[in-house]
Design a protein around this ligand. Structure first.
Ligand SMILES: [Zn+2]
Length: 69
């Protein structure tokens, strides 16, 4: 179980102001550009207001869940 983190504005990871950002490798972008879903190399959840990063996912098996999202 993870403890619920809040940023300094008081938002939690599932709040609407917290956005998920996926980072792709160059090859990933290329695939994305031609309409193929690529697996990101990193996914972060970040507050749009203060920039606090709630979660950073870099694990291979976790990243697979974000293919095409
Ligand atoms: Zn915040």
């Amino acid at each position: 179980m993870e403890t619920e983190k809040t940023c300094k504005c008081g938002y939690k990871i599932d709040d609407y102001l917290v956005e998920r950002k996926s980072f792709y490798s160059k090859f990933g972008w290329f695939l994305y550009g031609i309409g193929i879903s690529a697996k990101p190399i990193k996914v972060i959840y970040q507050c749009k207001e203060c920039g606090t990063i709630f979660k950073e996912i870099t694990e291979e098996k976790e990243l697979r869940k974000f293919v095409g999202r």
